[in-house]
Structure formats: structure tokens, C-alpha cells
Write a protein that binds this ligand. Structure first.
Ligand code: ATP
Ligand code: MG
Length: 360
């Protein structure tokens, strides 16, 4: 394919510099739909350098339903530009990405070229969806907490009154007050779980693997399903400050669910890694510890996936639906993030904990 080198010469230094600093990815195609120029943002998006991209037909680099030969030919002819939102771009050997795509025709050196402007939107979408989910979860949790408070106050009075009353009653009649007391105790336990963790975490330097090993031991003690737990740890993970009991509880709730979900002889994996450049609650975190609990159970039903972390959401007959909501609270208390990816045969719960300067 012939490469038109004159384009770059035609651009003034000023224009070139602007293109270099743009956040929007810019790709210039000639009339044969061959790539003639890409700016650094496009190099980053397409994960290839300008040297490799220049001269390639665009459909050898990426593919999308949004731009086809006929549509581009029309643009060349009429000069009418278009913008498509949420365009899925399939990149060769890479995961697809979602972009906002603008296509226009421009005249350079008495030739017509096609200018593609691409803005990646999936990261932004993910962040706003996560923030939305977190707000919804907070609203649901606060509602349940308020309700739990209202139930807890009279419950103490009810129990006390039943105790006083039982002193006046015959043994036979005391059966009734015993029942009131037992049911009040059961409700108190439930209400306490609904209220969730109420103490601030006691932060101390620990290694996350100690916590995982403690959870491992607990599951091994009582393992009627003969589940195999494998551990895949990154030993280079530094100690960070956290509340050992609280993180253990958060992880145990997740592991208990995995134990309940898998069948006899199921597999559960504890995995730790260092993760770079993660967004945690809308903030970019350069370094984080990633703890994954992976099981080979049937996966989380679609019906539950959007509200999985909400209090009182359960897919089990005798579940209270509080385990994951409590884990979420505990992880949030550590400025971390809890998320889940699930399909039949592979469910992964991921805890991200930031490694910061204060938290080396
Ligand atoms: N690893 C998993 N595989 C399949 N489903 C899961 C998994 N983890 C959670 N779930 C589903 O999510 C639901 C909510 O879990 P959560 O721990 O919050 O409540 P629960 O286990 O039902 O009750 P509780 O933990 O309060 O006893 C579960 O009932 C289950 O249906
Ligand atoms: Mg549970």
C-alpha cells in the first residue's frame, strides 16, 4: 500500500502538538481506508505504535459494525459527518472496547481523508455504574438499619416483662413466657446482624495471608462436602494496616457462601495478587492488594446479580441474606472494594485493598 508521507509535513508544528496531547484518539485514513496517521492516544487505545499501524488497512487493526466501506464512501462523497455512541470496537488479539466514534471527511493537500475520533467510554461507564450501585446499597442498608433500631428497642422491654411475669406464673404457664423469651432472643440476634458492624476498625499492620490461612483452617475443621481449597498466594505482597477480625469476617462470609454453593468434592481457590491502577469507589488507586475467592459452583443466578450485596437478598431457603452486605460494610471500612464476576462453573469474589503511603 502506498503511504502518503506528505500529510505529516503538511501539518504545522502547532497542529501536530495539539494532536499529540489530545485525550481523544485520532486516526486518519486515506481513500483506500489505509491508516496514514494516529496520535499517541490512538496508539494507546489500539495498543500499537504509529510505525506498526501506518500503512495498514483499518479493518486489519480493528473492526466495528458502525463503520463499513459503504458508509465511509458516502462520507467521502458528501462530507457529511456522523457520531455513534457506544460503538463496540473489536481489536485484533485484544478484548473489545466501547467507544464514542465520530467520523468526518477532511481535505488535506487536495485529497480527501477520513478522520476517526474515538473516545473510550467503558471505563467511565463502569465507574459511574459502580458509584450508582454503592449509593443504592447504602440506601438499602440505611433503611434496614433504621428498621432494626426500631425493632430492637421494644424487644428488650418485651423480654424483661416476660421474665418478670414468669415469676408470678405456675411451671406450666411458664412455658409461654419461656417461648416469648426464646423468640425475643432469636429476634435480637437477627436485629444485631441487621444493624451490621458498629465499631470502627482497629487498624494494625498485618499480612493478608495470615487472615486467609485462618479462614482456610476454619473451613477445613468442618468440611463434610470434602471440598478442596487451593491457595495461590503472591508472597511479595507487603503487610498493610487493617483490622484482622473484621477482614477475616468479610472473607469468611464469602467463603461460606462458596462452600454452600459448590457440590460434593467442589473446588475453592484463594488467590492473592498485586493489582495496578484500579478504581476504588471512583478514585484511582495505583497499587492495591487483590484477594480473590473463586469457586466452581453453579454461579449466581441472574436474578440476584444486581442486588447481590443488598441486605436481606438471598437465594437460599434458610439464608438471611446478610453475609455479603456485612462483608461489603467491612471492606468499605478499609477503603476497599468488593465485587463479583460469576458464570456457571466459575464465581469469583474480588476484594481490593489499597496500598497507600500511610498503608505501606
Ligand atoms: N459463591 C456463590 N455461588 C453461588 N451463589 C452465591 C455465591 N455467593 C453468594 N451467592 C448467592 O447470594 C446470596 C446472598 O448471599 P449472602 O451471603 O448475602 O446471604 P445468604 O448466604 O443467603 O445468607 P447469610 O449469609 O446471611 O446466612 C446467597 O443466598 C446465594 O444465593
Ligand atoms: Mg451467606
Amino acid at each position: 500500500m502506498p503511504i502518503d508521507n506528505s500529510i505529516q509535513h503538511d501539518m504545522t508544528t502547532y497542529q501536530q502538538q495539539i494532536a499529540v496531547h489530545l485525550v481523544t484518539a485520532v486516526v486518519l485514513l486515506d481513500e483506500k481506508l489505509t491508516i496514514q496517521y494516529v496520535n499517541p492516544a490512538a496508539e494507546a487505545l489500539l495498543l500499537k505504535s504509529i510505525k506498526k499501524l501506518k500503512g495498514l488497512a483499518f479493518h486489519d487493526v480493528f473492526f466495528t459494525d458502525s463503520i463499513n466501506g459503504a458508509r465511509l464512501a458516502k462520507i467521502m462523497e458528501t462530507g457529511q459527518e456522523f457520531t455513534d455512541n457506544d460503538v463496540v470496537l473489536t481489536l485484533l488479539e485484544q478484548e473489545p472496547i466501547t467507544v464514542e466514534l465520530s467520523v468526518s471527511a477532511i481535505e488535506l493537500n487536495q485529497k480527501t481523508y477520513i478522520l476517526l475520533e474515538l473516545k473510550q467510554v467503558d471505563q467511565l461507564k463502569q465507574i459511574s455504574a459502580e458509584t450508582f450501585q454503592l449509593h443504592q446499597w447504602e440506601a438499602a442498608r440505611d433503611l434496614i438499619k433504621g428498621l432494626a433500631h426500631e425493632i430492637k428497642n421494644p424487644l428488650g422491654g418485651l423480654r424483661g416483662a416476660a421474665q418478670l411475669l414468669s415469676r408470678e406464673l405456675t411451671d406450666e404457664q411458664q412455658e409461654y413466657t419461656k417461648m416469648i423469651i426464646a423468640q425475643a432472643d432469636r429476634l435480637t440476634k437477627l436485629v444485631d446482624r441487621l444493624l451490621g458492624p458498629n465499631q470502627l476498625p482497629k487498624m494494625q499492620l498485618h499480612n493478608i495471608h495470615q487472615v486467609l490461612e485462618a479462614v482456610y483452617q476454619l473451613v477445613q475443621y468442618d468440611n463434610p462436602k470434602n471440598i478442596t481449597i487451593t491457595r495461590d498466594y503472591d508472597p511479595s505482597i507487603p503487610d498493610i494496616e487493617f483490622d484482622q477480625d473484621k477482614l477475616q469476617q468479610a472473607i469468611l462470609n464469602i467463603v461460606n457462601n462458596a462452600v454452600q454453593a459448590v457440590s460434593e468434592q467442589g473446588q475453592i481457590k484463594f488467590k492473592t495478587r498485586i493489582a495496578n491502577n484500579q478504581t476504588i469507589n471512583g478514585k484511582l488507586v495505583k497499587l492495591a492488594i487483590q484477594i480473590s475467592i473463586i469457586d466452581d459452583g453453579p454461579g449466581i443466578s441472574l436474578k440476584l446479580q444486581d442486588t447481590l450485596f443488598y441486605p436481606m437478598v438471598s437465594g437460599r431457603d434458610n439464608g438471611t441474606g446478610l453475609g455479603l452486605s456485612i462483608s461489603q460494610t467491612l471492606v468499605n471500612q478499609h477503603q476497599g472494594k468488593l465485587s463479583c464476576k460469576s458464570r456457571p462453573g466459575r464465581t469469583e469474589f474480588i476484594i481490593l485493598l489499597p496500598i497507600t503511603k500511610e498503608n505501606p
